[in-house]
Design a protein around this ligand. Structure first.
Ligand SMILES: [Zn+2]
Length: 527
């Protein structure tokens, strides 16, 4: 794409500020918003002669979107250099795709994207069939296939022979080949060959970045890198930044497990600090409190419908409290995965306790992500202590519920994904896709789910949701003084939409197109 070096003037724009669209012209110079003029007469705007004019009449200008929980580079490494099942929609298609990959003669087969709802139609027998097939087709090559939520993977015997699982399973691994939860991290730690090559990683990051820019996204909080080794990918990211090829503001995070040593955290973090620049920041520790509803590992206060189990709690109370206190004291941000109501309760308590002891209420902007089920008292505490609710509005059901959720948690599905309760209790809400879990992370579609949902009590307003995807996201990333709002002196990271989103119907709303993305004052995408 040809790069504009000239200053830009976006004139006659409907630009978003203070929960509404205002009419004005935006002058962009040296990567920043240098002037906002309510006066739409371009002759009266003081500018240099040499500028590029963009007529924004009837268009809408919003801050570049911020996706505050996702996984760089999505599933792109698997899509381009492995096996991708996210586009397959039945067990039979999975089997066919596995057979087809044989012809590519890869020395190692790395795959992603099978779905628990689809596998559930076959039960454990489905896993047995896949295991038998991959053992037959790939007797001398490693084969690993992750689920689309990245909480499970299917491995062939060749790979299992090299690995010692940390979890215990109530089925024979030799017959079923299915690993879950902690084993996902362990297997990647132990077997470095699961990492893709530098060239593949670089290519996937750039392709994925282009996809995000084409959706108006200019800032991300990225968690675990899918297909990396927690080293290589950061080197590559730093190099891309040095070569001016990085157009996203990227906040990285260090993932910590309950068994990791505290001093190791510090060593790793100070090593990661070498990668910081204007575009790359690291100040976040990611932890998991529980698993997911699909695996019946989300931690609930009441048992799952079809069993007496309540799910997994990955910590001991005392360790979690101490860990939160330690991280908070060191002015780092905790980003905690919690899905079940009891998991949300325990991490909320631990964070509040840490902030009480450190006298640091609202200071370090801790985040709880997913919050699929949460109770009112915890939501109130989150508001009071400034704990950010990071939600994935793409997953809010518009009509009906996910079959597997309904099967596992029954009536509780009606209470899932409270969004308005957070806003009502003054919780700072940020929004994200958890890409690649969400395959098409266009914020307009996420906002649409939150405002057109069938549960009217939890329906949100457009401006609340747009703020979640812009200003609040910047706040979570600690960048609200540079991005997330259209303001003089801020970076010119902007998204130009085809219209002010029309709230008449879901169809009209979702017809809002992304026309142009500007990052650091440079047009990095245009339709
Ligand atoms: Zn995630």
């Amino acid at each position: 794409m040809e790069k504009n070096k000239k200053p830009l003037l976006l004139y006659n724009a409907n630009y978003y500020l203070d929960n509404t669209f205002k009419k004005g012209s935006i002058l962009i110079n040296n990567g920043k918003i240098s002037k906002i003029s309510e006066n739409i007469n371009i002759d009266e705007v003081e500018i240099e002669k040499d500028y590029e004019l963009i007529n924004c009449d009837s268009l809408a200008l919003v801050p570049g979107f911020i996706d505050s929980h996702m996984h760089l580079p999505g599933d792109y490494l698997y899509r381009y250099y492995g096996l991708n099942l996210t586009t397959k929609h039945s067990f039979e298609e999975y089997i066919q795709a596995i057979k087809d990959i044989k012809s590519k003669s890869l020395s190692i087969i790395r795959g992603f994207g099978w779905n628990q709802n689809i596998m559930d139609s076959k039960g454990i027998e489905g896993f047995r069939q896949i295991k038998e097939l991959i053992d037959k087709l790939f007797p001398n090559e490693a084969f690993i296939l992750y689920s689309d939520d990245y909480h499970s993977c299917i491995c062939n015997q060749y790979l299992l022979n090299k690995y010692t699982p940390v979890r215990s399973y109530d089925y024979s691994l030799a017959k079923v080949g299915l690993l879950e939860e902690e084993d996902i991290f362990q297997i990647q730690k132990q077997l470095r060959e699961l990492t893709f090559s530098n060239e593949e990683i670089r290519d996937a990051i750039l392709k994925y970045q282009n996809m995000l820019l084409s959706l108006g996204i200019t800032g991300i909080q990225t968690l675990m890198f899918l297909g990396g080794d927690n080293h290589r990918e950061w080197e590559i990211l730093k190099e891309l930044d040095k070569n001016k090829e990085l157009h996203l503001n990227v906040n990285l995070a260090l993932t910590i497990h309950p068994t990791d040593k505290k001093d190791e955290i510090y060593d790793k973090l100070s090593w990661l600090k070498n990668f910081e620049s204007e575009k790359i920041k690291i100040n976040t520790i990611k932890i998991y409190i529980d698993g997911v509803v699909e695996n019946k590992t989300a931690f609930l206060s009441e048992p799952y419908e079809d069993s007496s189990e309540t799910g997994d709690y990955l910590w001991e109370d005392e360790d979690l409290n101490e860990f939160c206190r330690f991280v908070d004291k060191n002015n780092l941000q905790i980003h905690a995965h919690a899905i079940g109501d009891l998991a949300v309760h325990l991490i909320t308590k631990a964070l509040c306790n840490a902030m009480d002891l450190n006298k640091s209420k609202k200071k370090n902007r801790h985040v709880i992500t997913h919050l699929q089920i949460a109770n009112e008292e915890d939501i109130k505490l989150m508001g009071e202590y400034g704990i950010i609710a990071n939600i994935q509005p793409y997953w809010i059901p518009i009509g009906g519920y996910y079959p597997l959720d309904e099967k596992h948690i029954g009536n509780r599905v009606k209470d899932e994904y409270k969004v308005n309760s957070f806003f009502k209790n003054n919780v700072i809400v940020t929004a994200s896709s958890d890409s690649p879990v969400t395959q098409y992370p266009y914020p307009i579609f996420g906002i649409s789910n939150a405002i057109f949902r069938s549960n009217l009590n939890e329906k949100s307003s457009f401006s609340d949701m747009l703020n979640a995807f812009t200003y609040n996201g910047a706040y979570q990333l600690g960048r609200e003084d540079e991005i997330g709002i259209i303001k003089e002196g801020h970076k010119a990271d902007l998204a130009l939409l085809s219209t002010i989103p029309n709230m008449n119907s879901i169809e009209e709303f979702e017809d809002t197109k992304l026309l142009m993305t500007i990052s650091d004052g440079e047009i990095v995408y245009s339709l």
